[in-house]
Ligand binder design. Structure first.
Ligand SMILES: Cc1cc2nc3c(=O)[nH]c(=O)nc-3n(C[C@H](O)[C@H](O)[C@H](O)COP(=O)(O)OP(=O)(O)OC[C@H]3O[C@@H](n4cnc5c(N)ncnc54)[C@H](O)[C@@H]3O)c2cc1C
Length: 428
């Protein structure tokens, strides 16, 4: 019987190296306000070190320059990288590039690999992914209205997208647009690769948000409004087959969601560490916070929740490795909404234990808190994932005979009385 929670010693050594490297080299960068070109210069030598360690782009198979580690090992790595916003970037597995590379790898043509995938994997190019539109519910993307029409020579794209992460710092954008308006609603859209400087594509603004109320120009981590006005691209820009837009989107969303959960574990752990450290020395009403029962409850609850998230996430990762992404759909949907709540709650408790210091920008907690709020929205809001989980569980149930609950005690007692009639007759 195989049921093993251990990590191979060789791989554990790599994880230990990563942990030290991330804390010593990448945490430092967080506290500087670097624009995108300067950030790229700052991380270039770190990316070299990661490559030298054989840890670059670990989400991809070896023929694409990755390590082919699979999702469980990747999960253990992402826990470490996710503790800081720049961790994945330094290790070449940041969203949305990792998901976009997965799409390109799975459905891209040879030419698309040469022009877009290899430079993306090498860290020479960056990308964005444009699905959501301000005028339509992103929770149900089959309603999207951005169009791509064929004029006999080119595709002409027109539409309005928003919350497109990293659009300002990307070199190309994968755009989902309706090519077949009369087709079945899941077959209406296709995906296109558009260079960011294509005439007609305008990144209108980096949208101020809870995460970043006053965005600075040309910085990493933008969420942008984008318009497409008669953007012309040749037939070679279509990514995947015509009408495959949503099928192809699933290629990135399944692993993309689990990668978010893996990174949230790292974020939650970092908040947990800060909470515990503070509790050891902050004193109020005659004792340190660590002696207060409420604080101890928060610590215990947080530890239990992080552990639950970790095990459910690694289990979903194991299922992807063993049975494929589609077999793990229910598990991924479950951790997506469960993880978003745990991330929020642990950070919230850590802020509370730190009082005004936790609320201030003198600790990373306030940024982590703001960023965590988005986890309940991006890659599908909580409600949609909950609904999906419940629906999939309900498939395993049917109404009982005569609509009498299976566990109905009087009914079961009648059956038991018949079966044990002899025994009962002997009972005084
Ligand atoms: C930080 C951040 C980064 C993002 N990055 C990108 C990106 O790079 N590219 C991209 O294309 N998009 C991106 N998005 C957009 C994101 O995917 C959408 O916000 C999300 O899919 C929800 O769509 P919506 O905002 O249109 O909300 P709506 O679809 O309007 O949903 C609003 C609310 O309605 C409720 N709801 C919806 N459906 C149901 C249901 N079936 N049952 C019950 N309640 C329901 C939920 O409470 C939901 O929160 C990003 C969003 C954020 C916040």
């Amino acid at each position: 019987m195989a049921w093993d929670f251990s990590t191979e010693p060789e791989f554990q050594k790599k994880l230990d190296w990563m942990d030290e490297f991330v804390r010593a080299e990448i945490f430092l960068l967080e506290v500087l306000d670097l624009d995108w070109p300067t950030l790229r210069r700052a991380i270039a030598p770190l990316q070299e070190e990661v490559r030298a360690q054989g840890l670059w782009a670990a989400h991809l198979d070896p023929e694409l320059g990755g390590q082919g580690y699979g999702q469980v090992k990747l999960g253990l790595m992402q826990e470490i990288l996710g503790s800081t916003p720049y961790g994945p970037l330094v290790f070449g597995c940041q969203a949305p590039d990792s998901g976009n590379a997965e799409i390109l790898a799975s459905v891209g043509t040879d030419e698309q690999w040469e022009r877009w995938l290899y430079p993306l994997l090498a860290g020479e190019m960056y990308s964005s992914f444009a699905l959501t539109e301000p005028g339509n519910a992103g929770a149900d993307p089959t309603n999207l209205t951005t169009t791509a029409t064929w004029d006999g020579e080119n595709w002409n794209l027109n539409g309005h997208k928003w919350f497109i992460s990293n659009a300002t710092t990307s070199d190309f954008m994968i755009v989902v647009a309706v090519t077949d308006p009369d087709a079945d609603r899941h077959r209406r859209a296709s995906q296109f690769i558009i260079p960011i400087d294509a005439p007609g594509l305008e990144v209108v603004r980096d949208i101020g948000s809870v995460e970043n109320p006053r965005p600075r120009p040309n910085t990493y981590g933008s969420h942008c409004e984008v318009t497409l006005s008669d953007v012309k691209v040749g037939p070679d820009a279509m990514l995947g087959g015509r009408g495959d837009g949503f099928v192809v989107a699933q290629v990135r969303l399944g692993p993309g969601r689990i990668h978010h959960c893996m990174r949230w574990i790292g974020q939650a752990r970092r908040a947990f560490d800060m909470m515990c450290e503070r509790a050891t020395y902050r004193s109020a009403h005659g004792s340190v916070l660590a002696d207060k029962q409420t604080v101890r409850n928060w610590i215990a609850d947080s530890a239990a929740e992080i552990q639950a998230l970790r095990l459910t996430t690694l289990h979903a990762a194991w299922r992807i490795d063993e049975e494929g992404t589609s077999a793990a759909r229910k598990d991924i949907a479950l951790i997506k909404f469960f993880g978003a709540r745990i991330l929020h709650d642990v950070i919230d408790r850590a802020v509370q234990v730190h009082g005004s210091l936790g609320y201030s920008a003198d600790l990373p907690l306030e940024f982590m808190y703001r960023a965590a709020r988005a986890a309940r929205l991006y890659d599908g809001p909580d409600e949609v994932h909950r609904d999906s989980v419940a629906r999939q569980y309900l498939k395993g149930y049917a109404p009982p005979a005569g609509e009498i609950p299976t566990e109905h005690i009087p009914t079961r007692r009648t059956a038991a009385t018949e079966r044990f009639a002899e025994l009962l007759a002997e009972q005084p």
